[in-house]
Design a binder for this molecule. Structure first.
Ligand code: NAP
Length: 395
């Protein structure tokens, strides 16, 4: 049924089908030329002396005969408006892992890397561009920096920014956060948006599911326009939809927490890896956990681990704490042993005189590192210079 706005309203005989068409049609902004609104004013002869202003004749009904796939088209256009074109720069281990999720959720993925990953990209459903200029000319909504921490600055500076849309969103997933934030702010002109993120999982720990895994983000610089705000939300939605626990915090806070947790985890994993632990017929649950830890951390590149140390200013303190904790533990063990030996050597004769040193725990993270004190207040640990050999190895 076609109705004309100057003749009668449109609601008279709507069927359920036309009502649902109306619902979908309402998704289209009004200023767009409405497919049902045909203005006939240009066809009407205009009489120069006519006093009556003609109202343009327009078709307002939404149940006019439409192409058979009209609703499907509308739904498709609506769906597309929630999809992003994401350019993954750095298509290594982690870049590919993320790209699979983006493709799975219907986003368009472009990839670029130093090495040629053409066929891997193709198998994932992404388009690979070996030239950054070609990639940028696709005008992605998001540039996702997924390179090693160490190469980030060089890679970012090589991107031909002039070929991108002016408000493109830059995102990074580096495992340290203050460093990329500062680089982004230095290198990217003000008209680009910046979101710093860290998915707290990797291809190993997130291979089955991302459910309840933390995803840290900091909206460093996002323009006020609705489209820019909603683009960030659409990007974050990828991780929400996979079930991640979304944690908004500053890059500074992230680096403090990460040094005391992630860096320690990776360090312990790498120490254990050096021990070449092997599975035994009598593995305890705890030992299985250690084997898993080695598997989880050793599969990451050394560049990644080195980046955690070099580009997080809190990492050095954590390494020193580990050192002190190990020294302290050894002293406690040797203290016990010493006592047993003395008992064997001297019997009960000096029982009342000798007191085994009680070693306290290290102060909590963030408090200055002081050597543990004995009961009478004297330091039990030698000063650092005494406990380490000349070359920094444990003495
Ligand atoms: P990675 O060793 O940290 O980075 C490998 C990526 O960096 C590859 O795409 C590699 O490109 C690129 N790259 C390395 N050196 C380069 C250079 N000189 N010039 C240009 N590109 C260079 O390993 P990753 O696991 O894939 O991690 C990528 C990023 O994700 C890192 O920033 C990491 O901190 C972060 N992240 C990783 C995990 C994880 O579990 N793996 C989790 C969260 C965040 P080519 O492959 O083309 O050589």
């Amino acid at each position: 049924m076609i109705t004309f706005s100057s003749v009668q309203p449109t609601t008279a005989t709507q069927t359920p089908a036309t009502t649902s068409a109306a619902a979908v049609a309402s998704l289209i902004p009004h200023h767009n030329s409405h497919p049902h609104q045909l203005s006939f004013s240009s066809f009407a002869p205009h009489h120069p002396h006519s006093h009556r202003r003609r109202r343009p004749l327009s078709v307002r009904a939404i149940d006019a005969a439409q192409p058979y796939d009209y609703e499907a088209h509308l739904v498709h256009r609506f769906t597309q408006s929630t999809k992003l074109k994401i350019a993954v720069v750095g298509f290594g281990n982690f870049g590919q892992f993320l790209a699979k999720a983006f493709v799975r959720q219907g986003h368009t993925v472009y990839a670029h890397s130093r090495s040629n990953y053409h066929s891997i990209a193709q198998s994932i459903g992404a388009a690979f561009f070996s030239d950054l200029h070609d990639l940028c000319e696709q005008h992605p909504d998001v540039i996702l920096i997924c390179t090693s921490i160490l190469s980030t600055e060089t890679v970012l500076k090589a991107i031909p920014l002039q070929r991108l849309r002016r408000n493109t969103l830059f995102v990074d997933v580096l495992s340290v956060k203050e460093f990329p934030k500062n680089i982004f702010l230095q290198v990217l002109p003000n008209h680009f948006d910046i979101l710093c993120t860290h998915p707290m999982f990797g291809p190993e720990s997130g291979k089955h599911s991302w459910q309840n895994l933390p995803f840290v983000f900091d909206k460093v610089r996002i323009g006020n326009e609705d489209s820019r705000v909603s683009r960030v939300e659409t990007f974050l939605d990828v991780f929400k939809k996979e079930g991640c626990t979304m944690v908004e915090m500053t890059c500074t806070e992230h680096d403090k927490y990460a040094a005391g947790s992630q860096f320690i985890t990776h360090t312990m994993g790498r120490i254990l890896e050096k021990l070449q632990l092997e599975s035994t017929p009598i593995n305890t649950r705890g030992y299985e956990t250690l084997l898993n830890l080695v598997e989880n951390t050793a599969s990451d590149s050394f560049d990644l681990y080195y980046g955690l140390f070099m580009y997080n200013k809190n990492a050095m303190e954590q390494l020193e704490r580990l050192d002190l904790a190990f020294e302290s533990l050894k002293k406690e063990l040797f203290g016990h042993l010493h006592e047993v030996l003395r008992k064997q050597l001297f019997g009960k004769s000096e029982e009342s005189g000798f007191r085994r040193p009680m070693l306290s725990k290290l102060p909590k993270n963030g408090t200055p590192l002081l050597p543990p004190q004995s009961e009478n207040g004297t330091p039990l640990l030698p000063a650092k210079s005494e406990s380490l050999g000349d070359n920094g190895n444990l003495g």
